[in-house]
Design a protein around this ligand. Structure first.
Ligand SMILES: [Fe+2]
Length: 577
């Protein structure tokens, strides 16, 4: 049975294909059309999914969309009626959404065929239920507490659930305009991070701040009966010109969420390229602290209702790896399973798996083991692309390739590492990565000057052999998708100084041989030379979406001052080119 999952006309449009209950292939459209966070229809992703299973759209039995504009309709109508100036806006938005709902027509158009040929059954699933499903149905658990939170989706910002067997029972929804995601985004915008997806950057700025504004910021968001509420006068009204908008070309634009009340309290907002002041850092600190307080308040309330050790999480806010890393200290949960594509691309997987398990009542046998769900390229294709590029290259067997690359990293060189299937979700996890020595004090500056051009305050992340994690970090709960930040043990901080953030933490990826044998063996080869079972790992890109094809990796290598490119069985040295 084939189920195609879609996230469409929403940021991070994506497609996933589920064959007999197993996610076989999944990809965000941005990786194929090269438009970051693309929010149109994922035509290329759909084609890639079908190609991956050798099927035509006429072979697909079900199509599931992680969006249902009829969900929570009564709440939307009630809000619109209480805010008469917003009624027109809501009607306009609803009409637009309905025009985009004809999945049959959209797929027929994308694949150039007559919609009458399509035999699939169509399913629409509420946004947060799709997020929740993307975590719980991918987890190995039979029972868990489910938590999903983000800016908004189908008029909801937070959902809590009891997950058991095939069923996800929704216990609680927090409706708009109250949103922990919007709270975070609003302050990010105020301190000059105005682009969609900038929230992750500001998380790295927070530890440079002091607790100056914690009290004042706590007045913007407060606890309420196991959930929270916003003080709405700090925000532009919902439905006015604020929040996320998808442009005609599929790019995503953010209009400021904050009202003049923020200015009265904190002064003028920072412009994107202005100097970052202590005020901005202190606001980032207060934002992260208050975010965590509200999150733990809700997680504890959820645990009281679902007293399980297991917490399954998704939604854009579940990318807050600092909060995720504190779950074990601040709540009774002992295990987390967080969807690697916790943002909206993950909806495609969630909608498809929900259809399989909850709608079609098929048994659960599958658990997502790793995030390598994207395309891969054979050596023949890589070789052809290398030839076309005019670069000099060497072909090596597995052992010598690992030895040569480990040697280069140990010598302080920066290596583009392109291997196997591309990662699903925003993190590069050892298949589309740039890797470097984690113990060289200047390597962060080298990477930024030569390739990444990131803000000075953003840390680089470590990949560590899973069995060595507790020697280096204060928690041993695995972080396979780089979604947890833990304290680094004092005695190891100097040894891995390039991945040790200002607050002595690291957003680690725990690597097992089972998940990624080649990457695991590369770290082992590096350890044999240096005694360090860790590599610095950052995504393989300059500013664009993470590279997907060999051609894009080769272009990035040529364009930037990367020292080495290890691509499939081939090694390319900058010094020879
Ligand atoms: Fe979402």
């Amino acid at each position: 049975m084939l189920i195609l999952g879609l996230n469409m006309f929403h940021a991070d449009a994506s497609a996933a294909i589920v064959q007999d209950g197993e996610v076989v292939f999944a990809i965000a459209e941005e990786r194929l059309n090269r438009i970051k966070h693309y929010g149109g229809f994922p035509s290329l992703a759909v084609k890639a999914c079908l190609d991956a299973v050798g099927a035509k759209i006429t072979d697909v039995d079900h199509v599931a969309v992680g969006q249902d504009s009829d969900a929570n309709l009564a709440k939307k109508v009630r809000y619109a009626l209480a805010n008469p100036t917003k009624v027109l806006n809501f009607i306009r938005l609803r009409q637009k959404k309905q025009a985009m709902r004809d999945v049959r027509l959209l797929l027929a158009k994308a694949l150039d065929l007559d919609s009458k040929q399509l035999r699939f059954q169509e399913h629409h699933l509420e946004h947060h239920l799709a997020h929740m499903a993307s975590a719980y149905y991918c987890s190995p658990w039979e029972k868990a507490a489910g938590f999903s939170y983000d800016g908004s989706g189908d008029f909801v910002s937070t959902m809590m659930a009891r997950c058991e067997g095939n069923e996800i029972e929704v216990l609680e929804r927090v409706f708009l305009p109250h949103s922990l995601g919007s709270f975070y985004t609003m302050i990010c915008e105020f301190i000059g991070y105005k682009k969609y997806g900038d929230e992750g950057k500001v998380m790295g700025l927070a530890p440079y701040g002091r607790p100056t504004y914690c009290q004042q910021v706590s007045e913007i968001i407060s606890r309420k009966n196991g959930a929270f509420q916003l003080s709405l006068d700090y925000f532009k009204p919902l439905g006015s010109n604020q929040g996320m908008q998808i442009q005609a070309d599929g790019t995503v634009k953010l209009a400021p969420h904050f009202s003049s009340r923020m200015k009265k309290l904190f002064g003028e907002p920072r412009e994107p390229h202005a100097e970052i002041t202590q005020r901005d850092m202190d606001l980032a600190y207060a934002m992260q602290r208050n975010f965590e307080e509200i999150f733990f308040h809700m997680a504890n309330a959820l645990h009281a209702r679902v007293p399980s050790q297991n917490l399954a999480m998704a939604g854009g806010c579940a990318l807050n790896s600092v909060a995720n890393g504190k779950v074990f200290g601040r709540t009774p949960f002992r295990k987390t399973w967080i969807q690697p594509a916790a943002g909206d691309e993950g909806l495609a997987i969630g909608a498809a798996l929900h259809t399989y398990h909850s709608v079609l009542k098929q048994p659960r046998r599958y658990a997502l083991k790793n995030s390598y769900l994207g395309p891969e390229f054979a050596d023949t294709r890589i070789k052809a692309d290398l030839k076309k590029s005019g670069l000099k290259y060497k072909k090596l067997e597995r052992g010598p390739l690992l030895a040569a690359v480990a040697e280069q990293i140990a010598a302080g060189n920066v290596v583009g590492w392109f291997q196997g299937r591309m990662e699903w979700g925003p993190r590069a996890l050892g298949n589309r990565s740039i890797v470097a020595h984690p113990g060289l004090p200047n390597i962060k500056d080298v990477l930024n000057a030569r390739i990444k051009h990131r803000e000075w305050f953003r840390p680089f992340a470590p990949s560590i052999l899973a069995e060595r994690q507790s020697e280096y970090f204060e928690h041993d709960h695995p972080s396979p998708f780089m979604l947890h930040v833990y304290k680094i043990r004092p005695e190891k901080r100097a040894q891995i100084c390039a991945v040790n953030h200002v607050d002595d933490t690291g957003r680690l990826q725990s690597v097992t041989r089972e998940d990624n044998p080649l990457y695991y063996d590369l770290i082992r080869a590096f350890e044999r030379r240096t005694g360090i079972p860790v590599l610095l790992n950052t995504s393989f890109n300059e500013n664009e979406p993470i590279v997907c094809t060999p051609g894009e990796a080769i272009d990035c290598f040529k364009r930037t001052r990367m020292d080495v490119l290890a691509i499939g069985s081939f090694v390319v040295l900058k010094t020879e080119n």
